[in-house]
Design a protein around this ligand. Structure first.
Ligand SMILES: O=P(O)(O)OC[C@H]1O[C@](O)(COP(=O)(O)O)[C@@H](O)[C@@H]1O
Ligand SMILES: [Mn+2]
Length: 643
């Protein structure tokens, strides 16, 4: 290594002892078991269900509790303890109301603190002390370490520890400590989180998911098609913006726009009131928990139509200025016969119903009315000025990518576009042809470019973000075309069908999966592809583990709207030092149910892969980085200290 780097390094490690200590420290980390990775996808705004999965570590918290206490606690007591670890603040409130006397409460605190210390001691056994320290509640680090490193056999010390706990209780700190210890436990059971796309759309609280992720200790995100739609809107794409508003109206989630992100919808509402009436094709899908008045429903129906028509109009100029997007079939407003009220798409003619074309001029159907133009411009400005959205989008960019290679696996939301023979599909962008990994890299570069320059609204990069949402070679969409127009206005369901990329049947084949792993320079023997995006229809017997375990699809439908088709409430994947396990979750009822009845419908686990030998940090991405650091330190050692 070059002397100048070694000199720089020697500033930090300025004695032989420091170098030796660091080498030994790093070497010992390499031999620890690998940390647990937790994979989730397709959260679709379902914050309550997501936070439950996060708090219980996909059932991992309960597994650890059972490992430690199975001979001492009943199943009910285990459930009760688990509920405390998941929702400490709420559980403490409940207990205080139930317990009769101060003495009984203090006794309860004492037992729980001891149990929690025991649990943490077990759950942290594969971490270094310094890593554990970082996970402890700051104000109690010293005390907890004292409690953790006691040895039970050491009877001399026992009274001392009893005293510490008693003192904590008499000083009124028990609750704070229990809350802190609960969050430490949650944090210890999962070392790193992967969010394999689609945080946004359909569900009511994507902003709360984003806030939770921002506070999370270690994670990465693979963007989903819905996430790039939001990124696109923020990056200046008006058509992406029209789409996110349309979806929010469709799912009765305009609160996200108005209340969560502070974007003023008044101009859109005024336009909608002026031009639109009631229309059953545009009624919002209603949440069971939120009853709308007729008046509210009508208002949303009008907004829904106004923004859908703006969306269709905005698509046309992009399709025309980017012929290599090959989307001419989607020039829908121009394919309508306005006299006959019918449309010809993909060679078929269909009658139209529920039309709402009052702002459409048959002579120039894609021309925006001045009012429409004004509305979308105002909305874009307001969106780009939302501080909260800016924070969330910046975080998505910082932690996100289109795909990720991590510990030998390939994580990607949608697909790798291929043809029927499994060959990488080619796409032209601006005169150059790309395929496979190269194509995905191009998409990502353009997305980052669009995000850097939010003032530009019609440049290639911004158009490509929209292409990622809906284009036929998009690795996130994975279908040939989006039939939004048909689904609103054509009765015949045959026209609604969205043909999938051949990837979706070819991925059942081991050899195809191997080839794809190779395309990304991953070892086909060791690696897996992990996908979200397409709901696995467990109800129809579909298996999320495909191609002999090389392919794992974890979209089981956190999204309430899709649970009817999947039959479950989402999959998550755990990958610890013993191997990979897929977890199928039951429908998440409510936090209240967990707290009161310990109902935490135990998730069903299926082994994907079992390691023959327990995997160590040495075998991971982080291990490779540590090994490089060790080599550098060794070079420093010979350069400076050994002669
Ligand atoms: O269920 P909705 O709201 O009609 O949305 C359907 C649209 O969503 C998509 O499935 C994309 O969303 P997903 O990524 O969740 O699949 C489109 O292909 C389809 O046109
Ligand atoms: Mn998706």
């Amino acid at each position: 290594m070059e002397a100048k780097y070694l000199n720089l390094l020697s500033e930090k490690f300025n004695s032989e002892e420091k170098v030796v200590t660091e080498i030994i420290n790093l070497e010992s980390i390499l031999d620890l078991p690998k940390g647990t990775e937790h994979f989730v996808s397709d959260l679709h705004g379902e914050f309550q269900a997501f936070q439950h999965v996060l708090r219980n570590g996909s059932g991992n918290v309960r597994v650890k509790i059972r490992d430690v206490f199975k001979d001492r606690l009943t199943e009910d007591e285990i459930s009760e303890f688990a509920a405390l670890v998941y929702y400490p603040e709420d559980k403490l409130k409940l207990v205080k109301n139930q317990v009769g006397s101060r003495e009984a409460l203090n006794e309860w605190y004492k037992i729980k603190i001891h149990h929690m210390i025991e649990l943490i001691s077990f759950a942290s056994s594969k971490y270094t002390r310094s890593k554990l320290r970082k996970a402890l509640p700051k104000q109690f680090v010293y005390i907890i370490e004292e409690l953790l490193y006691k040895s039970d056999e050491d009877t001399n010390k026992k009274p001392y520890y009893e005293k510490i706990v008693d003192k904590i209780i008499t000083l009124g700190q028990a609750e704070k400590l229990i809350i802190g210890l609960s969050y430490t436990t949650q944090r210890l059971v999962v070392d790193h989180l992967h969010v394999v796309g689609d945080i946004y759309d359909r569900g009511p609280e994507p902003d709360k998911i984003m806030d939770t992720l921002i506070d999370y200790h270690s994670l990465d995100i693979q963007w989903g098609n819905h996430d790039v739609l939001w990124i696109g809107a923020y990056a200046g794409s008006k058509v992406c913006l029209a789409n996110i508003l349309r979806i929010c109206a469709r799912y009765d989630n305009l609160d996200i726009i108005e209340d969560a992100y502070g974007i003023n919808l008044r101009p859109l509402l005024n336009l909608a009131e002026k031009y639109y009436e009631d229309n059953p094709a545009f009624h919002p899908k209603q949440h069971s928990e939120k009853a709308l008045t007729e008046q509210e429903k009508l208002q949303i129906t009008k907004i829904h139509q106004a923004i859908a028509i703006i969306q269709f109009k905005l698509e046309s100029p992009i399709i025309k200025r980017r012929p290599y997007f090959e989307m001419e079939e989607r020039l829908v407003l121009e394919k309508v016969d306005y006299d006959k009220q019918e449309i010809t798409v993909y060679g078929e003619t269909y009658p139209l119903e529920h039309t709402c074309f009052s702002t459409v001029d048959p002579e120039d159907p894609v021309k925006l009315l001045e009012e429409e133009e004004e509305v979308i411009d105002k909305l874009l400005l307001s969106l780009q000025q939302s501080e909260k959205l800016k924070r969330h989008m910046n975080f998505l960019m910082k932690k996100g990518s289109l795909y990720l290679k991590y510990n030998g696996n390939l994580l990607i939301h949608g697909c790798i576009p291929v043809d029927e023979d499994g060959n990488m599909e080619q796409m032209e962008i601006d005169g150059n042809i790309y395929e496979g990994r190269e194509l995905l890299n191009q998409f990502e570069n353009h997305l980052r470019k669009a995000f850097k320059d939010i003032e530009s609204t019609d440049d290639l990069s911004t158009d490509l973000v929209w292409y990622l949402w809906t284009g036929k070679h998009s690795s996130l969409f994975g279908k040939r075309a989006m039939t939004t127009f048909e689904r609103y206005f054509i009765k015949d369901k045959a026209s609604h069908k969205e043909e999938k990329n051949p990837y979706y049947h070819l991925r059942e084949d081991v050899d195809v999966c191997r080839k794809m792993l190779e395309e990304f320079n991953l070892d086909p023997e060791q690696g897996h592809i992990i996908n979200g995006h397409t709901p696995v229809k467990e109800i129809d017997g579909e298996n999320p583990i495909k191609a002999d375990g090389k392919m794992i699809v974890i979209d089981g439908g956190f999204s309430k709207a899709y649970q009817k088709t999947t039959g479950i409430a989402g999959y998550t994947l755990l990958y610890n030092s013993y191997g990979m396990q897929l977890v199928a979750h039951q429908h998440f009822n409510s936090k209240k149910n967990v707290l009161l009845n310990g109902a935490d419908a135990l998730s069903v686990r299926r082994i994907v892969d079992e390691e023959l030998q327990r995997k160590k940090i040495r075998d991971t991405n982080i291990g490779a980085r540590l090994q490089e650091e060790i080599e550098m330190l060794q070079a420093l050692m010979s350069y400076r200290y050994i002669n």
